[in-house]
Design a protein around this ligand. Structure first.
Ligand code: ITT
Length: 193
């Protein structure tokens, strides 16, 4: 069974630990019009799964800050505007959090798995942390340098990729997907016996 990860984000791709969908760079990305991570992950997986016969998964993810009522949420990639880069997005989060004591935040990842335009299942992973007042570290991507993970005593931007993979929202959603696929394989081979 072929399984491909579909994302335009190199940071995510490094964490997928899966083969990238061949030819993805020449496929127009779908519009992300959903109000939830689930909706957007499904839109992406359905779209990209039309370009292969294998299984395709896509991730919709973001940072949800308690004191900002869950923002930037599904707008995480474009919080500071449609073409905003991570630096601008991070700056805007810090600006909106200026003087706010409650720094609780979580990363959320929803992975949708599809095949040939049909949704199979979604999987959600989350990780809790705190927003710092200044970025720390150059690893990871997106909001990682602002996201302090108490269990590590450092930000995701200071952690190694391997460390981040032990606790991250994306790693948790991926693990749930792999467990599900394992179960499907086992029941397929049971019924073949
Ligand atoms: P694809 O849709 O092609 O996968 P994207 O970057 O546009 O790429 P999203 O719409 O899901 O993906 O936006 C996710 C944004 O949330 C991402 O650009 C980061 O700003 C942020 N984000 C998600 N996971 C993150 C992580 O592990 N570390 C830091 N920031 C993260």
């Amino acid at each position: 069974m072929k399984l491909y990860g579909a994302t335009t984000n190199q940071g995510k791709l490094r964490e997928f630990d899966a083969e990238a969908l061949p030819g993805l760079a020449s496929i127009d990305p779908p519009e992300e019009t959903g109000q939830t991570f689930e909706d957007n992950a499904i839109q992406k997986a359905l779209h990209y799964s039309g370009f292969t016969t294998g299984y395709v998964f896509a991730d919709d993810s973001g940072l949800a800050v308690d004191a900002l009522d869950g923002a930037p949420g599904v707008y995480s990639a474009r919080y500071a505007g449609p073409d905003a880069n991570s630096e601008a997005n991070n700056r805007l989060v810090l600006e909106r959090m200026n003087g706010i004591a409650n720094r609780r935040a979580r990363f959320v990842s929803v992975i949708a798995l599809a095949r040939q335009g049909r949704l199979i299942q979604t999987f959600r992973g989350e990780v809790e942390g705190e927003l710092l007042e200044t970025p720390r570290g150059t690893g990871g991507f997106g909001y990682d340098p602002l996201f302090y993970y108490p269990g590590f005593g450092c930000t995701f931007g200071e952690a190694t990729l391997a460390q981040k993979q032990t606790v991250s929202h994306r790693a948790r959603a991926l693990a749930a997907m792999r467990e599900y696929l394992q179960g499907r394989n086992e029941s397929a081979s049971d019924s073949a016996e």
